[in-house]
Design a protein around this ligand. Structure first.
Ligand code: GRF
Length: 209
C-alpha cells in the first residue's frame, strides 16, 4: 500500500483584505490538500472585523485575534501570538499581509518556518509602504518577494520574487493591484513547493529540495 502523502499544517496571519489567503484557500480546494502538500488549519489576525477573517470563517476555519493593545507590553503580545499559533501545531506559518513585526519569542518558535510576502523587490523598499516608496523613487520595475522572516524588517532569506513593470500612469493603488496578482500566484507556488519538497536555509540562500 502506498504511504499517505504528508500534508503540512499552515497557520496564516492576516491584517486586511486577505486576497493572498484566499488564493491559498482556492489552490488547496482546487488541487486537494494532499496534492498541494498543505492545508490551512487556522487563520489569525492582529485586529477584528477584517475581510481576511471573514474569508477564513466562510471556509469553515478556526480564527483567532491577538491585538497589541490588549497586552501590557509588546513582548506579552508576542508571546500570546506565539501561543495562539502554537495551539494549531503548524509546520509553517504564513504572514499574508500581516502588518505587525513579531518579536523574539515568536521567532524562537517559528524562525525558519515563518514566511512573509512583501510587495516590492527586496532588499529595495522594505517596510510598510513598499509600493508607495518604489513609485516615489521612480523605479521602473518593482514586484513582490516571498521570504523567511528574521529579526529585521523584511530582511530574511529570499525564497522567490516576481517582477512587475511600473507604468507612467500608475498610482499606488493601481500598481499594488498589479503586484498582488503576481504575488498571489507566487505565494501559492512557493508555499506548495516548500510543503511538498522540503527545504533548507543555507545562510541567505533557500534551497527547495
Ligand atoms: C500584500 O500586497 C502584502 O504583500 C502586503 O499587503 C498586501 C495584503 O493583501 N503586505 P491581502 O490582504 O492579501 O489582500
Amino acid at each position: 500500500m502506498a504511504a499517505k502523502p504528508v500534508v503540512k499544517r499552515l497557520v496564516v496571519l492576516v491584517s486586511g483584505s486577505g486576497t493572498n489567503l484566499q488564493a491559498l484557500l482556492d489552490a488547496i480546494a482546487t488541487t486537494g490538500a494532499e496534492a498541494y502538500g498543505a492545508e490551512i488549519v487556522a487563520v489569525g489576525a492582529d485586529r477584528a472585523g477584517i475581510e481576511g477573517l471573514a474569508r477564513a470563517e466562510r471556509a469553515g476555519l478556526p480564527t483567532f485575534v491577538c491585538r497589541v493593545k490588549d497586552y501590557a507590553t509588546r513582548e506579552e503580545w508576542d508571546a500570546a501570538l506565539a501561543g495562539a499559533v502554537a495551539a494549531y501545531e503548524p509546520d509553517l506559518v504564513v504572514s499574508a499581509g500581516f502588518m505587525k513585526i513579531v518579536g523574539k519569542e515568536f521567532l524562537a518558535r517559528y524562525g525558519g518556518r515563518f514566511i512573509n510576502t512583501h510587495p516590492a523587490l527586496l532588499p529595495s523598499f522594505p517596510g510598510a509602504h513598499g509600493v508607495r516608496d518604489a513609485l516615489a523613487y521612480g523605479a521602473r520595475v518593482t514586484g513582490c518577494t516571498v521570504h523567511f522572516v528574521d529579526d529585521g524588517v523584511d530582511t530574511g532569506p529570499i525564497i522567490a520574487q516576481g517582477v512587475v513593470e511600473v507604468r507612467d500612469e500608475d498610482d499606488e493603488s493601481a500598481l499594488h493591484e498589479r503586484i498582488k496578482e503576481v504575488e498571489r500566484r507566487l505565494l501559492v507556488d512557493v508555499v506548495g513547493r516548500l510543503a511538498r519538497n522540503g527545504y533548507r536555509i543555507e545562510g541567505r540562500k533557500v534551497v527547495i529540495q
